[in-house]
Design a protein around this ligand. Sequence first.
Ligand code: ADP
Ligand code: ZN
Ligand code: ZN
Length: 802
Amino acid sequence: MFAQVIVDVAAYPVDRPFDYRIPESLQTVLEVGSRVKVPFGPRNVLGFVVGIRAETDVPTNKVRNISEVLDVEPVINAELLQLAKWLKHETICFEIDALQLMIPSALRAKYEKRVHLHVASEQLPPMLQTVFGTKTTAPLQQFEKAGALPLIKQALRLGHVTIENVVKQQGKVKTERYVFIESDVEKLVAIHDSVSKQAKKQRELIAWMQQHAGQMYKPADICEVTNIGVAVLHSVIERGAATFVSQEVYRDPFTKDVHKTTNLQLTDEQDLALLAIQKKLDAQQAHTFLLHGITGSGKTEIYLQAIEQVLAEGKEAIMLVPEIALTPQMTERFRSRFGEQVAVMHSGLSTGEKYDEWRKIQKGEVKVVVGARSAIFVPFTNVGIIILDEEHESTYKQEDVPRYHARDVAVWRSQYHNCPVVLGSATPSLESFARAKKGVYTLLTLSERAKQQSLPTVHVVDLRAELASGNRSMFSTVLVDAMRSRLARREQIVLFLNRRGYSSFVLCRDCGTVVQCKNCDISLTYHRTNENLKCHYCGYEEMLPQQCPSCQSEHIRYFGTGTQKVEEEIHKLFPEARVLRMDVDTTSKKGSHEQLLDAFGNKEADILLGTQMIAKGLDFPDITLVGVLSADTSLHLPDYRAAEKTFQLLTQVSGRAGRHDKPGEVVVQTYTPEHYAIELAKAQAYVPFYEHEMTQRRRSGHPPYYYIALVQISHEDVMQTIRYAQEMADWLRMHLPQSVRILGPTASSIARLQNRYRYQCLIKYKIEPTLIPTLHALIAMYRAEWAKLGVQLTVDLDPSMI
Ligand code: ADP
Ligand code: ZN
Ligand code: ZN
């Protein structure tokens, strides 16, 4: 028998399975979807078995044997193997990279170099002898630490040692020791009688065991209930009255106790939406819904009740939320409804905790997973519903290989399992809303807040006028007054600093003009190194202007502020206010996000100041004021989605205020109050925004009217980069039809990364069946020729940032 193995050698230019012979002893053990160790060239590498067959085209004397099977039970099931193939094709990546997505990081291979000793250790220099000690093998790292690498090299040449690549098995199941009491009471009686009368404690314990024959206890518990020491327990076990057994235990990532909640009485709108979903559940049909509900409209309650039906039918549910929205508040809502049936997956868990959650899913011990993007790959086998909350969030797209979008994977899996997908958002992505309007998705609308609270009042403050009246601080008078009254009333304030696009664009402080590309309707990006402005779409450049091109003011400069600076300013304005700062600096430690939120919830602070992170999921009754310090920063990013992202962000943060009994107020500060994204966010008018933005997109030829693919070349040498980028552009123009527009090559927005220069082409297309095959051909050519020359080429279909 032969196994087809995808090997973990991503640098190797051939992306196909290799055949290995399955040794006799492993033939009954090995299954498709298991990981194996196989020899590859001079090395031992990890691989995934993707097929088993009786024949091979490889000549018999060339076929090598599988060295070891790492999984007796497959780690990837048939569905996910198929999904990996699809991802490889659709996102143009190596199959190994797609397969790695399907398993928890604890199972991803780690390699260790080990040095093996082949002669008597006396023949070695003393330094090497010390490291080996009495052993004949040691990790290369230890020699490196001892500064003995030159000596190892010498020993290698002499043939005294060899170096081997060892695949390290990770993902240890955590076990605990239990005492399993002999179940045969007669045997226990016999043991009891064989113990001398002096050993009273032992006899007492064995007598107790006779009452509990066949049961299992923690050692500490036995000692406690019998009031007998551990030493006695050990002697009794030695006599055979019980044995120690290891039981798999889970690291519990939940820290808090939760209170059980039950279904809420749905509003009419909620009821209609749930009914539509339930119809597809009953029909067991793959179908995608777009649930468009304003903030606080009770989308989550619909998710909960739909999942309840899925569970009642014995099926499983996948609930995705953006990483930053995966707050304890959010996960608690699921835990309090479904208790132990819920697994949680997010980056805050340790590798071991993630592995435990995955094991529970694989063993069918949980039925609901609440997780971030990668949870879309959980190995459920009977999926009944897939939900993506905040479906517009860019974190659903992976920016690294494989560049997949969780929404696409969700739809693929729903077709496999014949189940519905629900995409929920207060501000759906333009793509999704357009699909819903075309009838590809079914649109469900919640237009009112569940508890009938009114949406907060939004004030837009024109920072140009503030400046004109002599206020140079980052707080307008309106905002300062609003903050003062909240502090006096002991209500809470959330201040939001829009840090996207930090420092990168140039803005006139007098008229709000942002310098734009003359070809593209996109802000130019400021480059500090050579003091110029540049368009990342078409490559247009100009010098940094000294005067504003529209009003000739000299108050034109690149723009940006940091959270720390804001915090200092708050302290100056309100020395008595207690401020919590939430940004990457204060939340990098595990659990710190949760601690900060808890502290704010317990009213240990008056003001929560933060970046994007606080825009999501925050739900506290005493927040009555939300301030947005600079709405513009995300508006002028070199990104065709800039207006859409700004609208989403403003709507989300506004939704944090007045969610309970007290009415909320929002103050948005901006240099461009007349911009439609800001005006329409103020009015919370999603549909008008959608229509306006679609018109813009049609005019500029951007998605969803066109699809976009980004192809990027990088190299250590700038001239080589340009040369290959040009060759690539020529090749693409030759192989793709006229109807496909190819822009570039031009330098990428991050023109140099880790000392590699980056150039790119942008491909705009409508429906183009030849595109993916052509890109595969490009990649094949690259792997065969360019990869050896130090060129790196990446392809991103539907890139988030261009
Ligand atoms: P969304 O996810 O749409 O922003 P949530 O699900 O967070 O909205 O709901 C907002 C608030 O309304 C929550 O406190 C929730 O418990 C409450 N809620 C939702 N549905 C109902 C309902 N049918 N009756 C009463 N309260 C509800
Ligand atoms: Zn100006
Ligand atoms: Zn341009």
